[in-house]
Design a protein around this ligand. Structure first.
Ligand SMILES: [Zn+2]
Length: 458
């Protein structure tokens, strides 16, 4: 969707009324701000692309705080801090922080300047966890058992390609032969390969710099759905691809549905090996695997989110510092995150830090982020089990591991799905902000030249 279409959509969503014929300087009603001869309609919801519209007067200059992202005319989100000029009939859009209840703005018109506070409506997240849950249910209905060798593996590959193509992204379907992996079901030689599907969105100004977000779509043989590991992470990547389709970026974006992770991180490793020219140009990789089921879930006892960053040392430390700033300053979220180096957490016995598709990126020195629940041991109730379904994730989001297998009534299912959606969003929004701010150059973790880590495990 192009920005001007988005403007109309946002206007409708925010319920911003068309400018009424001016009465004699009526008092401003809620959502209306008067400064000099200017009348502004201001709407907003937490986490949403929100707007300010100049209904009366010739022009107003609106300055958002630096920690609010403003939609620039070229479709990019840029940090606030500079005045945005709005002329009569025009609107300005800003991304209201995810956890905020209000946003302060400075408005100047007709030589008058006023500081105002815009109250934000309830959460309407730009990157939607509810969309993830919806997409996961599509996978359960249509693409169960996405194990190499099963027919739904290749059907899912086609679905991901169409999904990216529908967003006007360039699609790469990357195949690599399976090494000596014993396939559970042989359905023909054409499926004897690991396939990854990537969607590319070209950057406006630095198209040869890249930000990559990915998650593996394959599931182990012993599960039918693999909802937590890793339908959810893959759908988080698709939902992020949808969100970014409404924006422009300076750098190019790559969204990856990796195959072959469960057989040894085959898809992402092979893709990196086949694209050595891209490696020095990737500024950030964000991995989505076993996403969700952390704060604010489970509701009974919310689990902290582990934010593992790497490579360990200055690059990982810088990325962790950026992540902290994103959560506290940009998302305005008081959520419990635990920071650890990817390699360190692995050595400390956390167990999953370095066992997913970010590892081959990290091994090449690329800044990587991998978020997952600190209760990962409890979450093994689902991982690689037949019980790994959306229904059980919903039950887990309510009651924790105790809830798995417990039937839910309609009200509980709604509450559980909400908690599940919020748990996805917390991790997705952090990745979203890191990508946007890295793109803007505000949060670079990548040193100009990266040390070769050819011997790091991958
Ligand atoms: Zn996984």
């Amino acid at each position: 969707m192009r920005p001007h279409v988005l403007v109309l959509a946002a206007l409708l969503l925010a319920g911003c009324a068309a400018p009424a014929p001016a009465a004699e300087s009526p008092p401003a009603s809620p959502g209306e701000l008067r400064v000099g001869g200017a009348l502004l309609h201001a709407g907003g919801a937490a986490g949403a692309l929100s707007l300010v519209h100049l209904a009366e007067g010739e022009r107003a200059d609106v300055t958002f705080p630096r920690d609010v992202l403003v939609l620039a005319p070229d479709g990019r989100l840029v940090p606030g801090g500079e005045p945005v000029t709005i002329r009569r009939g025009e609107i300005a859009q800003y991304l209201a922080p995810y956890g905020a209840t209000s946003v302060g703005v400075r408005i100047a018109a007709d030589g008058e300047t006023r500081d105002e506070t815009l109250a934000l409506g309830p959460l309407r997240p730009f990157v939607s966890g509810e969309r993830v849950v919806e997409l996961m249910k599509v996978q359960e209905e249509r693409f169960a058992h996405r194990t190499p060798g099963h027919e739904n593996y290749s059907k899912a590959v086609a679905y991901f390609g169409e999904f990216f193509a529908n967003l006007s992204y360039d699609v790469e379907t990357f195949r690599t032969p399976l090494p000596d992996v014993k396939l559970p079901v042989a359905v023909g030689p054409s499926t004897q390969s690991v396939v990854s599907v990537l969607g590319y969105k070209r950057g406006l100004e630095q198209p040869d710099r890249y930000i990559v977000m990915g998650g593996h779509f394959d599931v182990v043989e012993q599960t039918t759905h693999g909802a937590f590991d890793n339908t959810g992470g893959t759908m988080a990547v698709l939902a992020l691809a949808e969100a970014f389709a409404k924006l422009n970026t300076s750098r190019s974006l790559v969204f990856a549905a990796w195959g072959g992770e469960e057989d040894g991180i085959l898809g992402s490793q092979a893709w990196l090996a086949a694209h050595p020219e891209l490696v020095p140009k990737i500024d950030l990789y964000v991995n989505f695997d076993v996403t969700g089921l952390a704060w604010p879930a489970p509701l009974v006892a919310p689990a902290s989110v582990v934010a593992a960053t790497g490579p360990d040392g200055p690059v990982g430390d810088a990325l962790a510092a950026h992540h902290r700033a994103v959560v506290a300053d940009w998302m305005k979220l008081d959520a419990p995150f635990v920071y650890e180096g990817v390699g360190h957490g692995q050595l400390a016995g956390a167990g999953v830090n370095a066992q997913s598709d970010h590892t081959p990126f990290m091994a090449r020195g690329i800044p990587v982020l991998f978020q997952f629940t600190q209760d990962i041991r409890a979450a093994f109730t689902l991982i690689h089990k037949e019980a790994d379904t959306v229904e059980n994730m919903t039950a887990y989001a309510l009651h924790g591991a105790e809830g798995v297998g417990r039937p839910l009534d309609e009200a509980q299912r709604r509450e559980g799905d909400q908690a599940l959606a919020r748990s996805f969003e917390t991790q997705m929004m952090a990745g979203f902000y890191l990508a946007v701010l890295t793109d803007h150059g505000a949060m670079s973790s990548r040193p100009a030249s990266l040390p070769a880590l050819a011997n790091a495990r991958s």
